[in-house]
Ligand binder design. Structure first.
Ligand code: GRG
Length: 306
């Protein structure tokens, strides 16, 4: 049986609601043990950028990849919340004047517009840091070795050889540091946006203490989904609707960026998405029907309008 659109939407909504509630609790103004005070302006800024918006796709991938192995939902939601904190930090910093200089995010003023640059930098820093507080909590898994593996995987997805490194390559490709550096779009995007999405998929395998074969399947799936997500993003920047997206379109062209669309053309990019969907499907074959929701997630990512 395949997962239909309505059933998929219901599951995505449920995880979004559960993630929202959990983040609201984790980002409360009451201090945790060993903390001194959570300054009102900082916690409000963190909440502004993490609550009340976003598809929560990354937590969904954690929850659904974990469900394949029967991992308790609350543990997966906690790991998903940590991942979402890192995603939200990356959006805050990416929107800053020194990076993409964007005014609109998730249909609202970006954090530095609603507050100021210094608050936005600190809110990003604090979201990144709290992610590691969250991912190491006892509720995630009783075995500290599992929590350690998860923490290391998340660090590598977010850091110098993952998302932050990908952002650096992106800026270098725009010519920010002298001449434009040649861009390997697939590699850059695998780091900048793919790494967190892939983490969402392998997180289930780590939490579920899967076999090597099952880990590899989710790794392959996560890589295909990550690339499909980015191509869809590049296509939306050209063909999308700013109102539905909640941010400006045409930004890649304005910056003269090399993207999947400039490299493959619109039709070539759409064909590549179809090929990636087939690869994502094939990767999941090891799970049989247990992979149906993840299959639907890949379709959702490829066909998304925002
Ligand atoms: C600043 C270290 C640092 C990294 C920034 C991921 C990233 C690197 C920047 C984001 C820039 C961007 C808009 C990239 C396009 C792909 C992307 C991450 C889109 C936003 O993700 P969605 O669609 O957003 O999952 P929601 O709002 O649904 O959470």
């Amino acid at each position: 049986m395949t997962t239909g659109t309505a059933e998929f939407a219901k599951r995505l909504d449920q995880t979004a609601d559960d993630t929202e509630a959990l983040l609201a609790k984790l980002l409360a103004d009451t201090v945790e043990q060993d903390e001194i005070v959570r300054p009102k302006r900082l916690i409000e800024a963190m909440r502004y950028s993490s609550l009340g918006g976003g598809k929560r796709l990354r937590p969904f991938l954690v929850v659904e990849s974990a469900a394949v192995f029967g991992v308790p939902r609350n543990a997966a939601l906690m790991a998903g919340a940590a991942l979402e904190c890192i995603h939200c930090y990356s959006l805050i910093h990416d929107d800053l004047p020194a990076m993409d200089n964007s005014d609109l995010r998730r249909g609202r003023p970006t954090l530095h517009k609603a507050y100021d640059d210094a608050t936005a930098i600190l809110a990003g820093d604090a979201l990144l840091t709290i992610a590691f507080d969250i991912i190491t909590r006892d509720e995630i898994h009783r075995d500290a070795g599992v929590r350690l593996a998860l923490t290391r995987a998340l660090s590598r997805a977010a850091g110098v050889g993952g998302m932050a490194g990908g952002q650096m390559l992106d800026l270098a490709g725009e010519g920010r540091f002298g001449d434009r550096e040649p861009v390997d779009v697939a590699r850059l995007q695998q780091m900048k946006t793919g790494a967190l999405l892939r983490f969402g998929c392998i997180a289930g395998a780590i939490l579920g203490q899967s076999s090597a074969k099952e880990y590899q399947a989710l790794d392959d799936f996560g890589r295909a989904l990550g690339e499909a997500f980015q191509i869809a993003d590049d296509l939306l920047d050209v063909e999308g609707d700013a109102a539905a997206l909640g941010k400006q379109t045409g930004q890649d062209a304005a910056l003269g960026k090399t993207t999947f669309v400039t490299q493959l053309g619109i039709e070539g990019a759409k064909q590549r998405v179809r090929d990636l969907l087939a690869r994502a499907d094939a990767a999941l074959s090891v799970f049989g029907p247990r992979g149906d929701v993840l299959r639907a997630a890949a379709r959702f990512v490829a066909e998304r309008k925002n």
